[in-house]
Write a protein that binds this ligand. Structure first.
Ligand code: TRP
Length: 357
């Protein structure tokens, strides 16, 4: 039997997951999980979420179960994937502490992802040290499980690069120990970043422009109906613009021609776009189509979610057994790291024998 590749990825539990997460990463995770080629670990990165939410632990705490239910609702299967809570897996903290010696302050400050996030949060020099160093703790997340494959969004590439540098340094100094990971990106680049329902470049909870996986049908409909289209498309007869039009961007992302043919008089999405561009196709109509598409996407997730919401004890059990399993793996990596570093003193006969009579 072919051995399965170890896959690790994670999310900060700062809020419910939305259709941008689904498009950019969750659907791919489920696909990889179901391919049978991987052994997936999924980390709910609460410790990382706390690096910029130290004053709001309640938010993180409340979202652990929410994010876990989001995973389960889209098809993450706990018999195939292991889901764990980062802070419970305490060897990660100790690994981070040793990795810190292998990274310079200048290197952390150069990390484009961290730089962008710091700018967005207006931190300047008042950045929490924990936040600045989160790429180091993420290296611990990845190496603790010997992950070979790390599916992430393209914004995380510099963070994975930092992990690779740490792996290189560690193995060079202490001998071959850590596994070199590889980031894998969604190959379809239109899936990389979904714009918000307000047309903002990014769908994000903090911008309040998301459609959440758990949204109820009336909420989805109301969000779709309020969407930004083409400001110059005032009368139905006016020619409309498709580029930058949120409704068409989402139709591109979430529908296929077969579905368009079943919902409309058009055979393809392209045909529908041509009509819009020419004029004569109204915004209400295209929004109704998108509403249907999103309802069809999200209904099965919501249904699955209900079974877990009615049995949160089961979700807790999934989290506990996943976390326990991940704790064991991380502990064994830490033992190995300590041995390689020569600091596993009392398990090291070469050390203890010298001092025993
Ligand atoms: N930094 C990731 C994010 O913000 C979350 C994360 C934490 C992660 N640990 C990880 C991703 C390990 C991949 C691997 O989305």
């Amino acid at each position: 039997m072919e051995t399965k590749k170890i896959l690790l990825t994670g999310d900060r539990p700062t809020g419910n997951l939305h259709i941008g997460h689904y498009l950019g990463s969750l659907h791919k995770r489920v696909e990889m999980q179901n391919s049978g080629k991987y052994q997936p670990y999924i980390l709910i990165a609460d410790a990382q979420a706390l690096t910029d939410n130290a004053d709001n632990p309640e938010k993180i705490r409340a979202n652990i179960i929410e994010v876990c239910i989001d995973y389960l609702s889209v098809g993450i299967d706990p018999t195939k994937s292991t889901i764990g809570i980062q802070s419970y897996i305490y060897p990660l903290t100790e690994l981070s502490f040793y990795y810190m010696n292998l990274v310079t302050l200048a290197r952390l400050q150069r990390n484009p992802t961290v730089k962008a996030e710091m700018k967005q949060k207006n931190y300047g020099a008042n950045v929490p040290v924990g936040f600045l160093t989160y790429p180091i703790s993420q290296a611990a997340d990845i190496t603790a499980f010997n992950a070979e494959v790390v599916p992430v969004g393209d914004d995380q590439l510099p963070v994975i690069e930092q992990t690779c540098e740490i792996v290189n340094s560690f193995n060079r100094i202490y001998g071959e120990t850590l596994t070199m990971p590889k980031a894998v990106l969604e190959e379809n680049t239109t899936r990389h970043r979904l714009i918000g329902i307000d047309g903002n470049a990014k769908m994000s909870k903090s911008l309040g422009n998301t459609i959440n996986l758990k949204d109820e049908p009336d909420v989805i409909k109301q969000k779709v109906m309020s969407m930004y289209t083409d400001p110059n498309h005032i009368h139905i007869e006016d020619p409309g613009q498709v580029e930058g039009n949120v409704v068409f961007t989402y139709l591109d992302a979430f529908s296929n021609d077969e579905q368009i043919a079943s919902l409309t008089e058009y055979k393809t999405l392209n045909e529908m776009k041509e009509h819009y561009k020419k004029g004569g196709l109204g915004d209400v109509k295209i929004k109704k189509v998108l509403n249907e598409v999103l309802q069809q996407l999200l209904a099965p997730f919501r249904e699955k979610r209900r079974t877990y919401e009615n049995d949160k004890g089961q979700v807790m059990q999934i989290l506990k057994s996943g976390s326990d399993k991940m704790l064991q793996v991380a502990q064994s990596t830490l033992d190995n790291v300590r041995t390689k570093m020569g600091i596993n003193y009392f398990n090291d006969q070469n050390f203890t024998n010298k001092y025993l009579n």
